[in-house]
Design a protein around this ligand. Sequence first.
Ligand SMILES: Nc1ncnc2c1ncn2[C@@H]1O[C@H](COP(=O)(O)OP(=O)(O)OP(=O)(O)O)[C@@H](O)[C@H]1O
Ligand SMILES: [Mg+2]
Length: 323
Amino acid sequence: MSDKAIEIKSLRKSYGDGEVLKGIDLTVKKGEILALLGPNGAGKTTTIRVLATLLDFDSGDVKVNGYDVTSQAGSVRASIGLTGQYAAVDEYLTGFENLELIGLLYHLSKEKSREIATRLLEEVDLVESSNKPVKTYSGGMKRRLDLAMSLIANPPIIFLDEPTTGLDPRSRMQMWETVKRLAANGTTILLTTQYMEEADNLADNIVVIDHGVVIAQGTAKDLKSKVGSDRLDIVIEHKQDFAKALEVINGEGLKSNEEDRTISINAKTGVKNLQDVLNQLQEAKIEVETISLRRPTLDDVFLTLTGRETAEEVEEEYTKGKK
Ligand SMILES: Nc1ncnc2c1ncn2[C@@H]1O[C@H](COP(=O)(O)OP(=O)(O)OP(=O)(O)O)[C@@H](O)[C@H]1O
Ligand SMILES: [Mg+2]
């Protein structure tokens, strides 16, 4: 048996004239957590839908659990669990009833369905609310129930499409714990996310996609080393000095936020850079509130790779029609 749970080669997919996947290559080993990281519209959901046999594609070779998604779709479906981007739970049933229902739909006995429902409610940390209707659940609770529903048939591979988007920090942590527990028990997980922090925290490997192209892959450490240098973060004391400070600093990989009076640059020469910048600002009579040198984060990686900072910036580009 191959040690590969998921294998995508040269995957292409168009909608009308627009090619949204432009030759994606990606491999996930058995038991691994892979994060597919990218901004809005990058092609994450499209990739997941192809993997889950829900979407035809134009060309490429896509295998899940060793089965071809086109010619062996049934075997692929029997190997996977899918939690979509939007929770698909019945609001009027309780958490327990939702799970029991799915068990029955899988033709499990009533007894077996209940037994699994009970175990999974524990797994996703919903025991206390198990007998309350789902409409009383928070977004995070619904997400975790949705995940539990995709685990009923005990699939070796699960897909999670943005499992924590819109969740508060505590719910996000709970979801992370659940995902880690599943992986520790040998489940292969492919999750999509827009959050570098999430990929950093959960994933063994990260594939960064943008506009349907893989722009980088590796471990969080590999990707961070791409930025190559530490970052220097400067907070300017007075707002009226901000524009001038930008002119003075003008460093590589510059990122700024006028609202927060922050400027961040690559600090190629570390402490010397820090000294230089301080001297330059002092000469220009610009007061500094704080200045700090730090290791790069995955956010910096994304900026370096795409020239853009975050999902919001990409969305702005889209709405302005620049694409
Ligand atoms: N049914 C469709 N018809 C036409 N275009 C589509 C369709 N579904 C997706 N697209 C386009 O394909 C591109 C990729 O979409 P996709 O949903 O895969 O992105 P995503 O990475 O999941 O984004 P998000 O983070 O917003 O969920 C987008 O430009 C989107 O507008
Ligand atoms: Mg999506």
